[in-house]
Design a protein around this ligand. Structure first.
Ligand code: PA5
Length: 434
């Protein structure tokens, strides 16, 4: 079970604050469980760990096998909730440099359709030169501009390289069961397609084919990921402050009410960076509305202690930290002997890197608490497939409860539409004239 430790938040809130919130937390959890809260038509994510049919899972695994056999590179085309989750899982489990040295049999995984940058596109074209590749177009709505432009371009590259029929075998679509242009295109072109259930929104879709297909292509055991998430469904149904989801959701709301409007999520694992980006989107897009919401910022320690540490330690006191910890790697690294101790490190000789990391963590918590920063600690266990599944589901649950406590709909994103409307008007898209 994920352990949420709140022993370092008492400078910011009190036990009676926490106990006074109990009824609100219980009501928020109830709303999620019973489907009586705002946006309840998008609660399908709760059942994703158990609802994938055996046939759909087999189809995902078969497609992944084919892609691994015939591709040196697999390109995931998608933006926001359609790509952040798979990237989070792949990098946490396989490291940020997982692509180096990979190719046919275990393809590199690249991402496209998540920007409008010409430089990014040109770089992708260079990386695909002379390489066999396949693509998955992932879009719930099937109409998002960035992935739609990338799809057009990549399809053209594929058709030129393999011919129309063979290109068709290298394109996979993951989209809504019925609605949207991508569903229509997949049917018309005969692309193999997978379904994002209609009642699952983008940022809650990582445990659907949106995340599962890319993870399977990366060689991740998706049954184990789903197993970890399925265990979480039961484990975190507890209706009391013994539930770590309650503690996390409650404490972040209390701190927010006390003026801590920024939540810094810090992990000590470089492989967690993309997971941090997924968390940022999950909480940012779910809670940031109606003039409310914590600003979520994901950082990587110790690297960011040398970049943002100063601000966290003694800048504006409007933030709190959630520090995420994993168990040390089973493979140990020991600090060796040095050259006449010129580097002054001999006192660490024979100690493991984990030992130093642990002290850095404890030292950082103590310093930040001293500096007036409440710190929540989240201990997540070993980094493995089950933990990844558990963490995804746990954080989605926390987000739902937290948003209901905040009094907002966790499952819509009306604010995202405005930039699109402006952009379409400026581009002269039919139907968007000023
Ligand atoms: O969470 C969300 O709904 C969004 O972040 C979407 O995932 C994102 O905008 C991409 O949308 P789509 O999958 O429809 O292309």
């Amino acid at each position: 079970m994920i352990n949420v430790d709140i022993s370092n938040v008492w400078g910011g809130i009190t036990l009676s604050d926490l106990l006074a919130l109990e009824k609100e937390v219980a009501a928020a959890h109830e709303q999620l469980a019973d489907g009586t809260g705002a946006g309840s038509e998008f609660l399908g994510w709760k059942n994703l760990p158990t609802r994938q049919s055996r046939e759909e899972l087999e189809r995902i695994q078969n497609a992944a096998r084919r892609i691994r056999e015939n591709s040196e590179v697999f390109v995931i085309v998608g933006i926001g909730g359609s790509c952040l989750g798979s990237r989070a899982a792949i990098e946490l489990l396989q490291g940020p440099n997982r692509n180096l040295g990979r190719g046919r049999g275990d393809p590199q995984i690249l991402f496209a359709g998540n920007s409008l940058s010409t430089r990014h596109w040109n770089e992708l074209c260079r990386l695909l030169e002379g390489k066999d590749f396949s693509i998955a177009i992932i879009s719930k709505s099937g109409t998002t501009t960035e992935p739609a432009i990338a799809t057009r371009a990549l399809r053209w590259v594929l058709e030129r390289r393999y011919g129309t029929d063979a290109a068709r075998e290298r394109i996979y679509a993951v989209t809504d069961p019925c609605a949207g242009a991508l569903r229509q295109m997949a049917a018309q072109e005969g692309w193999e397609s997978f379904t994002i259930p209609a009642d699952v929104g983008g940022r809650y879709s990582v445990l659907s084919p949106v995340g599962l297909l890319p993870m399977a292509v990366a060689g991740i055991d998706i049954q184990k990921v789903l197993g970890g998430a399925a265990g979480a469904v039961e484990r975190y149904d507890l209706r009391s402050f013994e539930n770590p989801a309650w503690l996390y959701a409650a404490v972040r709301n209390l701190l927010y009410r006390k003026g801590k409007a920024v939540e810094v999520l810090a992990s000590f694992e470089p492989g967690f960076q993309r997971f941090g980006a997924w968390w940022q989107q999950l909480f940012g897009e779910s809670e940031g509305k109606d003039g409310k919401g914590l600003f979520p910022v994901a950082v990587e320690f110790t690297a960011d202690l040398h970049a943002l540490g100063q601000l966290i330690q003694s800048g504006q006191r409007n933030l709190f930290e959630t520090m995420l910890r994993f168990e040390p790697s089973p493979q140990k690294c020991t600090i060796g002997s040095g050259w006449n101790n010129l580097d002054g490190l001999s006192y660490l000789e024979g100690k493991t890197l984990d030992y130093v990391d642990e002290k850095a963590f404890l030292g950082t918590v103590a310093a930040h608490v001293d500096g007036g920063v409440p710190v929540i600690t989240m201990e997540c266990g070993q980094i493995n497939e089950e933990t990844v599944g558990e963490l995804f589901w746990f954080l989605e649950l926390c987000c739902g409860i937290s948003a209901y406590i905040l009094g907002v709909n966790p499952f819509d994103q009306p604010g995202v539409e405005l930039y699109k409307r402006n952009m379409f008007t400026l581009l002269g898209k039919p139907g968007y004239v000023e």
